[in-house]
Design a protein around this ligand. Structure first.
Ligand code: PAF
Length: 282
């Protein structure tokens, strides 16, 4: 396995790989890898000759009051996990190599970034699309794999790839969960055991939604009300940012889940950690 830290060298390697006809897969990450990330690498390996995993805690997607400095990092463990999974190249650029001091060009997907996470974190997606566009330009992948856990991010990035004519197949892989249903996330590391139990409030609420839909309840106002009580019962101090029912492609609100393909997403503050999760309902 090769570790590359320079943007120019990474560009040279990906150009050589493309010229020699290798199919390149890209898995962008911010490191502190868990099984969810490794499932993305495995997915890419199924379809590619070479998988490039990137580790970069991207400063432009964090607002000044967010956890950029505290974001967990463990490069040594990450490298061991990627190697064991079979990834061939790891790209770990420095922030000032990605963003030169006079940097001033951003990529913005306009409409899809105004709802859900975009409302709570208005500058977040501009940072995500900018860095992923840069990683596409540097690594020249044929396919790129993202997780359904960040559902809106996947929809936004697919739109960006289409709008900017990237010849890249965008794959969205299922969310990987712990045995009890907690969605894997690098931020779960912030919890002690009892807080972690309370973090289950998101998955329990989503499961309730799914059960209600299966039982024939399709009106989102009623489902949302029930989900709120499940969140509060599991984590009495939780602060719900949103519980949303949206069309899976346009991200526009849905009032009846049988009318469009609907994804239920929620963001909840659990002991000062903001968690997100989602489930397809129809
Ligand atoms: O999902 C993430 O970890 C990040 O948003 C991404 C896609 C690696 C961009 O920094």
């Amino acid at each position: 396995m090769k570790t590359i830290r320079s943007v120019r060298f990474m560009q040279r390697v990906s150009r050589q790989l493309a010229t020699s006809g290798k199919k390149i897969g890209l898995v962008p990450t911010m490191g502190y890898l868990h099984d969810g990330h490794l499932s993305l690498i495995k997915r890419a390996l199924k379809q590619c000759d070479i998988v490039i995993t990137t580790i970069f805690v991207n400063p432009t997607q964090f607002a000044p009051h967010e956890d950029l400095d505290a974001y967990p990092r463990d490069e040594r463990k990450d490298l061991a996990k990627i190697k064991e999974t079979g990834g061939q190249i790891v790209f770990i650029p420095k922030a000032d190599d990605i963003y030169q001091p006079d940097f001033q060009t951003y990529v913005l997907v306009e409409k899809l970034t105004k709802t859900l996470e975009g409302e709570a974190r208005p500058t977040h997606f501009r940072g995500v699309t900018t860095v992923v566009a840069k990683l596409f330009n540097i690594c020249r992948p044929d396919i790129s794999v993202f997780g359904m856990k960040d559902f809106q991010q996947a929809v936004v990035l697919k739109q960006m790839a289409r709008d900017l004519n990237y010849p890249i197949k965008m794959i969205v892989a299922p969310t990987v969960r712990e045995k009890d249903g907690l969605a894997m996330s690098s931020r779960n590391k912030y919890f002690n055991e009892s807080q972690r139990q309370e973090a289950l409030c998101l998955y329990r609420a989503l499961k309730t939604a799914r059960e209600m839909v299966r039982a024939g309840m399709t009106k989102t106002t009623k489902i949302r009300r029930e989900m709120r009580s499940v969140v509060q019962a599991t984590c009495p101090t939780a602060k719900i940012d949103y519980i949303a029912f949206t069309d899976s492609k346009t991200l526009q609100p849905v009032s009846d889940v049988t009318v469009q393909k609907t994804v239920c997403s929620l963001a909840v503050w659990v002991h000062n950690v903001r968690l997100i999760d989602n489930l397809k309902l129809s």
